[in-house]
Design a protein around this ligand. Structure first.
Ligand SMILES: [Zn+2]
Length: 62
């Protein structure tokens, strides 16, 4: 299993979850609730971070 490094996004005010934007058309969230995933562009909310890690793990298994 690959360890994916997740770090908190830093900044003030509102940011955007890249995955929510792609899936739902909007992804506004407070920057303090957004995370960066190592090797990926942009910031992601906690739900998306979880989903992305699950997807990555499934890719590893198959
Ligand atoms: Zn999201």
């Amino acid at each position: 299993m690959k360890d994916i490094k997740v770090t908190r996004c830093v900044g003030e005010g509102q940011g955007e979850c890249k995955r929510c934007k792609e899936l739902k058309g909007w992804g506004l969230n407070w920057t303090s609730f957004l995370y960066k995933i190592e090797g990926r562009e942009g910031c992601y909310c906690f739900d998306c971070v979880k989903a992305i890690i699950e997807e990555e793990e499934q890719c590893q298994e198959s």
